[in-house]
Design a protein around this ligand. Structure first.
Ligand SMILES: [Cu+2]
Length: 177
């Protein structure tokens, strides 16, 4: 005789943690002017075409460590996008994503001191796309962002920059926390 449904499901429910240490975000890039404020904004349709895709996996399952993986499809082919965790919220103004998130915050802002502005104290990736505009990049840091302080992942123009400056912000993905 089959067990009642509620009893059968209970052991499964107990296996699911209350807050998963792994977050997965799947999104498509839209213009900042979209009617519904987009999760992912493109400021440069030539490098990050509207409708192109990003998937961001943030794994905090190991205490004191964060592994971030960015996977894209439909971006400019054969391109290098420097990508960073920023503190601000994505907005119509590319500057709204604010400065880079730092584990130990540089008391002098904007931060240029290499003791703070480095790829151990900030979360940085270099995303290379292939000839079809696909790419994936992953990086790990020995810390976890303070809740609510790392609000965006920003793609910079990189190389070849074309009509942009290499440091220009060409896209911004809003992060959940
Ligand atoms: Cu940046």
């Amino acid at each position: 005789m089959p067990a009642p449904l509620a009893t059968a499901l209970l052991p499964l429910a107990l296996l699911v943690p209350a807050a998963s240490p792994v977050s997965v975000l799947e999104t498509a890039f839209d213009p900042a002017t979209a009617f519904v404020p987009p999760t992912a904004i493109s400021y440069a349709d030539d490098l990050v075409p509207y409708g192109s895709h990003a998937r961001i996996v943030i794994d905090r399952s190991e205490p004191g460590r964060t592994v971030l993986t960015l996977t894209v499809a439909g971006l400019a082919p054969d391109h290098e996008f420097p990508t960073h965790l920023h503190t601000g919220v994505c907005g119509a103004d590319p500057a709204s994503s604010g400065p880079h998130y730092q584990d130990v915050v540089d008391p002098v802002q904007p931060s240029t001191d290499p003791a703070y502005a480095n790829d151990r104290n900030e979360l940085r990736l270099v995303l290379h796309t292939d000839g079809r505009g696909r790419g994936t990049a992953t990086t790990a840091v020995d810390w976890q962002p303070r809740p609510g302080e790392a609000r965006s992942l920003v793609l910079h123009a990189g190389t070849p920059a074309g009509r942009h400056a290499a440091g220009d912000r060409v896209a911004c993905v809003k992060l959940a926390r």
